[in-house]
Design a protein around this ligand. Structure first.
Ligand code: HAM
Length: 431
């Protein structure tokens, strides 16, 4: 029979890999807590309209990458392609600004985009996203960039470049857009078909086209940073000063416009070395108009999201596998010893120890083999003799062959404290 495969671009994260993920997630939680950010969880499905109104109708995401389908009542739903729109929807729906002047939120979870799958690009991928709502001051942008880099540091990511730009605001961007459009029209024969089309609808997107000739046109095009209004210019300058005060290295990239329409003022991307075409590991910016565009009051905000799949690809190049705690394996000989073995295991697990057994109840030899495969530090053997004596034979698989600890009989009531002492040293408890 033909077997069923996972959907293209979507993949399993198998138990042998989840240790990496869990460690990365733990480290991110800890770093975000240090800055006082709290987790928000929003649904994976949202009304399609939410993404159309926030990300923008003329973007690649909305035009061709969303997983959209009809619900049973005919309403249109979309699997979230990103987290910011949902966070803002929730912020408005829960009148959050009435509860606190500043909201520091983060989320972690799967996002869905129907892109062409390749290394580092998937149709279901995972993001950690961080949003700071309620502050217009440049200090908020600086905090977000600081959070982003601290998160990367906490998970051990090294070797990246921070790129920075400002996209201006609703008062200076339209006139820049016009100037850019005039320039692009003059150079339209050098543009790819896609850019010739976008030139009218979304001219800024032409600037980050990957096609060589379009890139050249983009390099020569008027730069948005030369066309910021005074407020946006001062804002951007102060953001730069803050980043410099934190000794964070960065480049200005005037062609970075981002693929989502909600951005205003500061935008940034973190590019990792050695990841090929999909090298943006985190990206974000300010979106001062989004809360009001979705029906809330005028509320400034800034945020970023990091792609965890890509980060892990990069980490796997260098990092050591996360250590698993040293464990115990219980081997029982004969049916009479099995109930005693169960009680011993229950007792040890209640004390927080990691305990396994071979539930197939094969021969002693087969059970010992399994214990060895599992890499158990201690093997506890319970036969009829041990049961009668109220004892357990403890084998320390790490001890030297001639050591007294290699194999010894221990009374059952002394077993827990003996193992706890040995394992708390090995597993670094109390460090
Ligand atoms: P974005 O640039 O679309 O921004 O995505 C952020 C990050 O998600 C990317 O830099 C990349 O690491 C990862 N990513 C995106 N698409 C894929 C994919 N198909 N496969 C693997 N990784 C991917 C946003 O999503 C904004 N919501 C960020 C933001 C938050 N802006 C303000 N607040």
């Amino acid at each position: 029979m033909k077997t069923i495969q996972a959907i293209r671009g979507m993949r399993d994260i198998l138990p042998e890999q989840t240790g990496w993920w869990r460690r990365m997630e733990r480290q991110l939680y800890a770093a975000l807590a240090q800055f006082g950010y709290q987790e928000i969880r929003t649904p994976i499905l949202e009304p399609t309209e939410l993404f159309k109104r926030s990300i923008g109708e003329e973007t690649d995401i909305v035009e061709k990458e969303m997983y959209t389908f009809e619900d049973r009542d005919g309403s249109k739903l979309t699997l979230r392609p990103e987290g910011t729109a949902a966070v803002v929807r929730s912020y408005i729906e829960n009148s959050q600004w009435q509860k606190e002047p500043l909201s520091r939120w983060y989320y972690m979870g799967p996002m869905f985009r129907h892109e062409r799958p390749q290394k580092g690009r998937y149709r279901q991928f995972y993001q950690v996203g961080v949003e700071l709502l309620g502050a217009e001051a440049p200090a908020a942008d600086v905090e977000l960039i600081d959070v982003m880099l601290q998160c990367m540091g906490a998970i051990g990511l090294q070797g990246f470049t921070l790129e920075l730009n400002s996209l201006g605001c609703m008062s200076c961007r339209p006139s820049y857009r016009e100037k850019l459009q005039i320039f692009l029209k003059k150079n339209q024969e050098k543009l790819c078909d896609n850019c010739r089309r976008r030139m009218d609808t979304n001219p800024l997107r032409v600037l980050d086209c990957k096609v060589n000739t379009c890139r050249q046109v983009g390099e020569e095009a008027p730069k948005i940073l030369d066309h910021l209004c005074q407020d946006c210019g001062t804002h951007f300058q102060t953001v730069r000063e803050g980043i410099e005060a934190l000794s964070i290295a960065y480049h200005i990239n005037h062609r970075m416009v981002r693929g989502l329409d909600y951005y205003t003022r500061t935008t940034f991307e973190l590019l990792a070395d050695g990841l090929g075409a999909q090298n943006a590991v985190a990206a974000g910016g300010r979106y001062d108009g989004l809360v009001s565009a979705l029906g809330g009051s005028q509320m400034p905000a800034v945020g970023f999201a990091a792609g965890l799949d890509r980060i892990l690809l990069k980490l796997l190049e260098t990092l050591q596998k996360p250590e698993t705690p040293e464990s115990i394996f219980v081997v029982t000989r004969g049916p009479g010893a099995w109930p005693a073995g169960l009680a011993v295991m229950q007792n040890l697990r209640n004390k927080g120890l990691v305990v396994r057994s071979d539930v197939r109840q094969g021969s002693i030899k087969a059970q010992m083999k399994r214990a060895d495969k599992d890499g158990a530090r201690f093997v506890l053997v319970l036969g009829e003799d041990e049961v009668a004596e109220g004892a357990v034979t403890v084998k320390d698989m790490k001890a030297a062959p001639d050591s007294a600890d290699k194999q010894k009989k221990i009374a059952r009531d002394a077993l827990t404290s003996y193992l706890l002492e040995k394992l708390s040293v090995a597993n670094g408890v109390g460090k």
